[in-house]
Structures are given as structure tokens and as C-alpha cells.
Write a protein that binds this ligand. Structure first.
Ligand SMILES: Nc1nc2c(ncn2[C@@H]2O[C@H](COP(=O)(O)OP(=O)(O)OP(=O)(O)O)[C@@H](O)[C@H]2O)c(=O)[nH]1
Ligand SMILES: [Mg+2]
Length: 214
């Protein structure tokens, strides 16, 4: 049984990634991704989402409507061997004591950590979130989300992604933490973005790779 902690700054898309994964399980798409297999949702808990009052929308661009206060949780089972795994997605607003408590708890009980970053703002700013977390394994995974929001042509996007990877690697290296693998994802079904399906699939592939290999 693997406990995954999805950790990252506010609004990077942790809850969206979890919801997308649940959709893949419920619709059976999970069997069609790379390394896919039949899995079943055992339990989901998104009750820790709080609706933001209209005026307080933190992410006007994305029309963000909720923020995570208490950690989200998804439990699923691999059908062939009956192994169950849990993914926890605490909120990112560590300035709130109750949210921070969730982050600390999850960072302690998770056996695998995915550090989530968003391409819609500077990566440097998103590092601050990780400076407060003391309990981290030596090796973690990194997820670069909202890939649809990187500007430019294919070559420019590729270059930007390589830069982001290097920044992330350097930041964690100073903390003596290695990055086992990078995943480039899109947590939404964005229209007019060519490679959307493969980046949506990456979300499911990421979770399967981490759980079924451990
Ligand atoms: N364009 C785009 N938007 C995304 C993507 N993933 C998430 N979003 C949007 O980003 C906003 C924030 O998403 P959440 O999933 O709530 O982010 P979060 O990290 O759970 O936020 P907190 O729990 O409050 O820290 C929402 O408006 C999502 O629709 C993506 O891949 N691309
Ligand atoms: Mg959330």
C-alpha cells in the first residue's frame, strides 16, 4: 500500500489532478493509458474544499471557486492484486494554521511525495511553500502542471520546460533531496490545446507509476 502526498503552493492544481484521476477510474480510461490497468475507487473525500466568496477569488484568470482547507483524499484499488493506495491532497495556503496542519500531517504519513508546480507563474515563488516542510524523504517526484499555459511555439515550450526542471532539481538538491522522475501534466480539460489528451493521461500515468511500482 502506497500513501502519496500531493504537495504544492496554492492553486497549482492539486485538487484538479485528484479529481481528474478519479474521473479516469470511474470512466475506465485508466485502462487505456501507458501502464494502465483496471482500478476501482474505494473512497473519495473532497469535503475539505471551501467555496470562495466571489470577491475573494484568488485566481481570477482560472475562475477558481474553491480552495482546499482540509486534505482531499482518494483511496483506490488495483483490481488484479487487490492492493489499495491512498492519495492525499492538502491545501496550499500554508499561511492558514489549519491548512498548514494538513500539510505537515500529510508530509509525515506519505510514503511517496509529489511536489506539484504550475506553469502559470514563476517557479521561484512556488519554492517558498517547500521551505517550511521538514519531513521529506530523500527522493521525491515532481509534477509540472498547467503545461497548457506555457507560451510560445513547440521549441520555446520545450526549452521552458527544461529550464523549469533544472530549477526544481537545483532547489531540492540543496536540501539533499533527489527527483526520481518528472511528470508534465494538465489537470483540466482545456479546449483548443492540441496535446491535451496525452497531458491528461500523464496524471493517471504518474499515479500508476508511483503506486504500482512500489
Ligand atoms: N489551464 C489550466 N488550469 C488548471 C490546470 N489544473 C488546474 N487548473 C485550474 O487552476 C485552479 C486551481 O486549481 P486547484 O485544483 O483548486 O488548485 P489547488 O492546488 O488544489 O489549490 P489549493 O488546494 O487551494 O492550494 C482552478 O481554477 C483549476 O481549474 C491545468 O492544467 N491547466
Ligand atoms: Mg486543493
Amino acid at each position: 500500500m502506497v500513501n502519496i502526498g500531493l504537495l504544492g503552493d496554492i492553486s497549482v492544481g492539486k485538487t484538479s489532478l485528484l479529481r481528474l484521476f478519479v474521473r479516469y477510474l470511474n470512466k475506465g480510461d485508466i485502462e487505456n493509458v501507458e501502464g494502465g490497468k483496471k482500478c476501482t475507487v474505494v473512497k473519495t473525500d473532497f469535503s475539505g474544499e471551501a467555496t470562495l466568496p466571489g470577491g475573494e477569488k484568488e485566481d481570477k484568470l482560472n475562475q477558481k471557486e474553491t480552495k482546499t482547507i482540509h486534505p482531499n483524499r482518494v483511496v483506490f484499488r488495483e483490481d488484479d492484486n487487490n492492493r489499495a493506495h491512498t492519495i492525499f491532497g492538502p491545501g496550499g495556503d500554508s499561511s492558514r494554521a489549519v491548512v498548514k496542519m494538513g500539510i505537515i500531517t500529510i508530509s509525515r504519513i506519505a510514503t511517496q511525495i509529489i511536489a506539484v508546480f504550475s506553469c502559470d507563474r514563476e517557479i521561484e515563488i512556488q519554492f517558498k511553500f517547500f521551505n517550511d516542510i521538514r519531513f521529506f524523504p530523500d527522493q521525491i517526484f515532481a509534477c509540472i502542471n498547467k503545461v497548457d499555459l506555457i507560451k510560445g511555439n513547440k521549441t520555446q515550450k520545450q526549452k521552458k520546460l527544461e529550464e523549469i526542471k533544472k530549477q526544481i532539481e537545483t532547489f531540492f538538491k540543496e536540501k539533499k533531496i533527489g527527483i526520481k522522475d518528472f511528470f508534465i501534466t494538465c489537470g483540466e480539460t482545456v479546449e483548443g490545446f492540441d496535446d491535451i489528451e496525452s497531458y491528461n493521461n500523464q496524471v493517471a500515468e504518474m499515479i500508476l507509476k508511483i503506486t504500482t511500482a512500489n
